[in-house]
Design a protein around this ligand. Structure first.
Ligand code: SAH
Length: 395
């Protein structure tokens, strides 16, 4: 059964993507996406999914809207499940409504998966609640994209100015001077707080608070560009008190993680939580050797050994793979003591039923040596299953 899902990709932080969106991405035959919130979203796709970029970044339209509509319809008519991914929420300035109408007209079934919209999320990450009982009873999402030279504006500037609403402008940075001037001339106070949030919820987030009168000059001075939201209203004054995301110590710092692919993600997540913009670029891969005759012999004779020292979780993984191949298990360690170089290696052993006899206070070879000497290794056979390229301290 073909079906089209209009899915909100959220504002930038991968963690703000919905569970439902992820589930659909994991099964879709075709994924059609815009200028995306987070590139890692594509990692959820099926290995054999057809992934199509249809662009839209400022003026650079990779495919015009009618061609996008045609593409979605054509793929659905091939009987495919199509995930149509859009930044933020598909129905908030995302032209999702137009795409849905086209789908109905083509007789296709569709569902909408709302996303976290930038106007709410970027503001929240900057420390601005878009409603707050002490400031405003309402919030208004407004396009800032309207051509200022257009004769008949569809905006009701007087109504915006009179209302007590927080005003959130999308696509408005270029028109910021015009937006501020129109609000002031329609009656909003010139000293009313205004905030801009650039790339909210991402590691590139920046924001500032100013006033209707000064915000255009400030935005220029601080070089604010799209994509940014503009928030107008008293709630912006809370930013200094409630801001949290921009306090992350590594915010905006680029970090390349060169660890092996399987081990990079955990480390990347820790750095991302501290605000870093992480690029995973594995420069090593951990692979099995072509043969393990020596290791097998050692396993057969493990009874002769006094100690086995594991120096990494990789060493543990591969050792157990060989044990398994040999039809053996943790019982081979019955007669000997086991050391782990540090807590991660120790946990890896515990997962396999071995409580290490020794974990040194410092997670380096010198500290292992010290500890083993104190425990008496003289005259004992010691097995060190580890990478060939390593320091000679332990041997
Ligand atoms: N459907 C999207 C909005 C698309 S319109 C949503 O619901 O969020 C594109 C505009 O959204 C941008 O010009 C900018 O004003 C705003 N925007 C999108 N992502 C943003 C982000 N991470 N930070 C700040 N503004 C963002």
């Amino acid at each position: 059964m073909s079906k089209v899902y209009l899915i909100g990709a959220g504002p930038g932080d991968l963690g703000l993507f919905t569970l439902k969106g992820k589930q659909i991405m994991e099964t879709a035959d075709v994924v059609i996406y815009d200028y995306l919130a987070h590139p890692d979203l594509l990692g959820f796709c099926r290995e054999d999914a057809e992934i199509l970029y249809v662009g839209k970044k400022g003026g650079d339209h990779t495919l015009p809207q009618d061609k996008i509509n045609e593409l979605i319809i054509a793929k659905a008519k091939e009987g495919k499940v199509v995930a149509r991914l859009k930044g933020g929420d598909p129905y908030v300035f995302g032209r999702g409504g137009e795409e849905a109408e086209e789908l109905v007209a083509a007789g296709l079934t569709f569902e909408v998966v709302p996303g976290v919209t930038a106007g709410v999320a970027a503001a929240a990450y900057a420390g601005i609640p878009v409603t707050h009982r002490a400031f405003t009873p309402s919030v208004c999402f407004i396009t800032g994209h309207e051509d200022p030279t257009k004769e008949q504006s569809t905006h009701h500037w007087e109504a915006y100015a009179k209302s007590a609403s927080t005003l959130v402008f999308y696509m408005g940075v270029k028109n910021l001077p015009d937006i501020c001037a129109k609000l002031i001339s329609a009656g909003r106070p010139a000293d009313e707080p205004v905030a801009l949030v650039y790339r909210g919820t991402s590691c590139r987030q920046r924001s500032f608070v100013s006033t209707l009168q000064d915000a255009p000059a400030e935005a220029k001075r601080l070089k604010f560009a799209a994509p940014s939201i503009i928030v107008v209203g008293g709630v912006c004054s809370l930013r200094d008190k409630l801001g949290w995301f921009e306090k992350r110590p590594l915010l905006g710092q680029g970090v390349v993680v060169t660890r092996a692919r399987e081990q990079a993600s955990d480390f990347a997540t820790v750095l991302e939580d501290l605000g870093a913009c992480v690029l995973e670029f594995p420069t090593i891969a951990v692979k099995p050797l072509p043969e393990y005759a020596e290791v097998r012999t050692a396993v057969e004779n493990l009874g002769d050994y006094g100690w086995v020292i594991f120096t990494s979780t990789n060493g543990v993984d591969h050792f157990w793979r060989i044990l398994k191949d040999m039809g053996r298990d943790a019982r081979v360690f019955g007669g000997c003591s086991v050391a782990a170089i540090g807590p991660a290696t120790a946990d890896s052993l515990r997962e396999r039923g071995i409580e290490p006899d020794f974990v040194p206070p410092k997670y380096v070879a010198e500290s292992v040596v010290e500890g083993l000497l104190a425990r008496g290794v003289q005259g004992k056979k010691v097995l060190i299953p580890r990478a060939k390229v390593a320091r000679e301290v332990l041997p």
